[in-house]
Each structure stands twice: as structure tokens, then as C-alpha cells.
Design a protein around this ligand. Structure first.
Ligand code: HEC
Ligand code: HEC
Length: 141
């Protein structure tokens, strides 16, 4: 008796699950390969950003503004490596003719304070861009 009841419960449970059935009447989907179409339209390259001349820093617009980066800023900042510090650490800056990081970025033992590790979170590059970027309504007022 117990076995019969269990079986009945199982059958009921299974039939409850099969509420949705695949629509076998659906239209077939036609997917044409992208590889078949010919590429006729050749897009001109985007104009390259023009950074300020070497050795020129961008004037700051407010006190304690993180200075803008006057050069390209796609150096890797990863868990293992910080591409910026190889030129901007106080130890290397002079040789690389770069400005050393602000003393606030360093710990007393001469190591980089990891709170400042992600340089581009505060410093952003600035260039003459012929390409339209985004609107900026930043105001110091
Ligand atoms: C190959 C060396 C080198 C690397 C790598 C480098 N910089 Fe520079 N950076 C310079 C030099 C040199 C200057 C001085 C301006 C110049 O000569 O273009 C400078 C200027 C700056 C300035 C302006 C300082 C000021 O007082 O105006 C900031 C900010 C800056 N870099 C941030 C960064 C950040 C952030 C990175 C990583 C994304 C980075 N730099 C990677 C060499 C480097
Ligand atoms: C939390 C924000 C923040 C982060 C992260 C940060 N900075 Fe800065 N940085 C600043 C501010 C703010 C100043 C300006 C300090 C002032 O004048 O009071 C500054 C100044 C500088 C200067 C100019 C120093 C001078 O004497 O003119 C350099 C170069 C610089 N930072 C490089 C870096 C590099 C390289 C990194 C990454 C290792 C980095 N910063 C990370 C906020 C930041």
C-alpha cells in the first residue's frame, strides 16, 4: 500500500513539472553567417589624441587637484605590477625626468601607500582630442 502511494505521489509531482511544453509549431530561425557578407565599407581610423609636449604639465584648476596626466595613460596597473610607479616613484622619478608622486602617496618606510595604488582612479589623462568625447559640466562652485 505504502509503495503504491509513493508511486502515485511521484507521478503527480512529475506531471506538475511538465506544465510548459516546447512549441513544435515555431517558425525556423534563419541565421546567416557574418562570414558570407563582404566588407565594402572601410572606416577611417579615429584621430589619435594629441598629448601636451614632453615636460609640460597641465595647469591645475583648483587647490589639491590631482594633476592631469600629460601623456598616454594605458600603462598596466595590476595586482603584480604598477606601470606608473616605474617612472613616478621618488627613487626613479629623477632618472626618468618625471615628477615624483606627492609625499602623501608614500608610507614612512618609503613604500607606496596601497591606498594610492590605483593611480588612474584620481589622475586622468588630458589630450587634444579631435574625437568628440563626453560632456563635462564639472564646476568648482
Ligand atoms: C615612461 C615613464 C612614465 C610612466 C610609465 C608614467 N609617467 Fe607620468 N609622467 C612622466 C613624465 C616624464 C612626466 C612629466 C611630463 C612630461 O614630460 O610629459 C609625467 C607627468 C605625469 C603627471 C603630471 C604631474 C604634474 O605635476 O603635472 C601625472 C599626474 C602622471 N604623470 C601620472 C602618471 C600615471 C597615473 C601613470 C600610469 C598610468 C604614469 N604617469 C606613467 C613619465 C611617466
Ligand atoms: C586617492 C587619489 C589619488 C591616487 C589614487 C593617486 N594620486 Fe597622485 N595625487 C593626488 C592628489 C590629490 C595630488 C595633489 C596633491 C596636492 O597638491 O595636494 C596628487 C599628486 C600627484 C603628483 C604630483 C606631485 C607633485 O609634486 O606635483 C604625481 C606625479 C602623482 N600624484 C602621481 C600618482 C601616481 C603615479 C599614482 C599611482 C601610484 C597616484 N598619483 C595615485 C591624488 C591621488
Amino acid at each position: 500500500m505504502k509503495k503504491v502511494l509513493t508511486l502515485a505521489a511521484l507521478v503527480m509531482a512529475l506531471s506538475a513539472c511538465s506544465g510548459q511544453q516546447a512549441n513544435t509549431q515555431a517558425e525556423p530561425v534563419n541565421i546567416s553567417s557574418l562570414g558570407k557578407s563582404e566588407i565594402t565599407d572601410i572606416r577611417a581610423a579615429d584621430p589619435a589624441p594629441l598629448y601636451p609636449k614632453r615636460g609640460k604639465s597641465i595647469e591645475r584648476t583648483f587647490v589639491h587637484q590631482p594633476p592631469m596626466i600629460p601623456h598616454k595613460a594605458d600603462y598596466p596597473i595590476t595586482l603584480k605590477r604598477n606601470g606608473c610607479i616605474s617612472c613616478h616613484s621618488p627613487a626613479k622619478a629623477k632618472r626618468m625626468k618625471a615628477t615624483a608622486v606627492d609625499p602623501s602617496h608614500m608610507l614612512a618606510d618609503g613604500k607606496l601607500n596601497n591606498e594610492y595604488y590605483n593611480c588612474t582612479q584620481c589622475h586622468t589623462p588630458q589630450a587634444e582630442n579631435k574625437q568628440h568625447l563626453v560632456e563635462n559640466e564639472f564646476s568648482t562652485n
